[in-house]
Design a protein around this ligand. Sequence first.
Ligand code: SF4
Length: 282
Amino acid sequence: MTLAVPASSVPLEAKSPFEMRVHLGDDVPDIDVRTALKTGDMGFLHSYTTGSAVDGPGLRVVAWTTACMFRCQFCHNPDTWTLSNGIPVTLERAIDGVRKYAEGLKRMHGGFTLSGGEPLMQDRFAARLLAAVHQMGAHTAIETNGFYGHKLSDEELADIDLVMLDMKGFTLEQHKRVTGGLPNEDVIAFARRLADLRRPIWLRYVLVPGLTDVDEEIEQLALFGASLGVIERVEVLPFHQMGRYKWDKLAIPYHLAETEPPSHAQVSRAVTIFRAAGLQAD
Ligand code: SF4
């Protein structure tokens, strides 16, 4: 079946991932969406960002996918929750979007990161795009919440040089509280599988005062992370309000309106807990 990918006048490159993008894929018929998800011949992308220094090692080109199953209270890109908010893009166009930077990325020891939204909501597209970039010889990373990690085969994981695993909590209760009710058994199972395969992980943890700055949670997560033996780095990401305007525009109830970013001392405390478990954290 040939997919009719509507031409979009919106450029793939965005000034920043905080640019609001909605309804760009609304015209794609449901049958084509289903085919795309099954084959990966087409994906839905919020945007590409070039020159990121915070989404993996070195300078990165980052593709942001749309669709996510979580509803994290602190999400700064709720416009990426809905698949059809993204630009419909053929796999070839997505690959070409990276190819023009591949040589430069290799020279500068950077690479390509697939983020979102949750990239594995479009697991076939994600796997094929990452494999194609890996084939170019560029470093590949995926930033994922891990919930659909089981959708990638061991061979597909071998095409991903780094998994940036965003863990929202360690206990089931806390994970549900943060993500809008989603469990985390599959996230933990994915982390263990990566460890069994000796695949490197960067663990990311968003620190939100009054929500995720719970010492016992962080301690359990740190001990779990250390037990894996493959976590190269832990990044404690301070909560911020840069995406708040999106919640307002999308008319989604936002519960963190009064929450301040964590203080330097609060971030240091979380970092210290991860370090005490033997992890390299910053
Ligand atoms: S997993 Fe990421 S994209 Fe999905 S809701 Fe949470 S923060 Fe937002």
